[in-house]
Write a protein that binds this ligand. Structure first.
Ligand SMILES: NC(=O)c1ccc[n+]([C@@H]2O[C@H](COP(=O)([O-])OP(=O)(O)OC[C@H]3O[C@@H](n4cnc5c(N)ncnc54)[C@H](O)[C@@H]3O)[C@@H](O)[C@H]2O)c1
Length: 265
């Protein structure tokens, strides 16, 4: 049996990167997938990929920073597929060129970051959860980041908003657990998506690779597989958790890479 048979899943930001990979993996597992993105052509491209592989997909144009747009996305989902069981609040991020250290960070960018990461997550869940309760339960999957867990020299806004995503995750889990709605978050480490490749110099990407316990950086599918697990009933006893999927980046001592060289032989 397919792992997501009979489930309807909405994925925001599914036009690219991790969201696209998750849409393809969920489609392969039998979910009917709503591919939501503000890039209409990208959403249509992802939906076509899902359908070419034998899945069902509906492309929807959404701007998750607009409440009316989230309401329309939710309504379009239920109109097309009759239910909503899984919501991946995946859109997020900040502009690394203006999201700097505390004294130099652009406050306009901070407010945009709150809208893109926090308000979008909160409102996405607010519109989806009544449908999940009607369906007898559901799973909200929020995309946080390892930036929620560690301090950094820049991207002050990014760390703050992703920490807020983790907090919202726990509130939802507590508040709607009794109605069988689960809510978990994923903290990806460095994942090779257009967002990362286009914004970071090669030297930084190399240092990220060296900072992992595993000898490689993540692929979109590495996070997509975790999303499939959280969407499926295999994770039915898991709620309010942050799954850190980072190749061992945040759990290893900062001394470890250097000390490796001290090992005999
Ligand atoms: N790539 C990484 O290394 C990494 C690490 C940690 C967390 N994340 C998180 O993963 C998420 C997405 O990252 P990605 O690497 O897949 O990015 P990506 O740039 O490949 O894809 C993001 C998609 O979101 C869409 N989008 C952007 N703003 C939108 C809006 N307002 N409304 C609707 N759609 C919008 C874009 O059109 C794009 O298709 C973000 O929440 C990011 O913080 C990524």
């Amino acid at each position: 049996m397919e792992r997501l048979q009979d489930k309807v899943a909405v994925i925001t930001g599914a036009g690219s990167g991790i969201g696209r990979a998750a849409a393809q993996l969920m489609g392969r597992e039998g979910a009917r997938v709503v591919v939501a993105d503000f890039d209409t052509a990208a959403a249509e491209e992802t939906a076509a990929l899902v359908e070419q592989a034998g899945g069902r997909a509906l492309p929807v144009t959404v701007d998750v920073t607009e409440e009316g747009s989230i309401a329309d996305m939710t309504a379009a989902t239920v109109k097309e597929f009759g239910a909503l069981h899984v919501l991946c609040n995946h859109v997020g991020g900040t502009n690394p060129r203006t999201d700097l250290d505390l004294l130099r960070m652009d406050m306009e960018e901070f407010h945009r970051a709150v809208a893109r990461n926090v308000t979008s997550t909160l409102l996405g869940a607010r519109y989806a959860i009544p449908h999940m309760i009607r369906a007898g339960g559901g799973s909200v999957i929020n995309t946080a980041s390892v930036a929620a867990l560690v301090g950094d020299v820049l991207q002050t806004s990014y760390g703050a908003v992703k920490a807020a995503v983790v907090s919202i995750t726990k509130s939802i889990a507590v508040q709607y657990g009794p109605q069988n709605v689960r809510c978990n978050a994923i903290a990806p480490g460095a994942v090779m998506t257009p967002a990362l490749e286009n914004n970071l110099p090669d030297s930084v990407i190399e240092s990220l690779r060296n900072g992992n316990a595993l000898p490689y950086l993540g692929s979109p599918e590495d996070i997509g597989h975790t999303m499939v697990f959280l969407a499926s009933d295999e994770s039915r006893y898991l709620t309010g958790q942050l799954l850190v999927v980072d190749g061992g980046m945040t759990m290893q001592s900062s001394a470890a890479p250097g000390r490796r060289a001290q090992l005999p032989g």
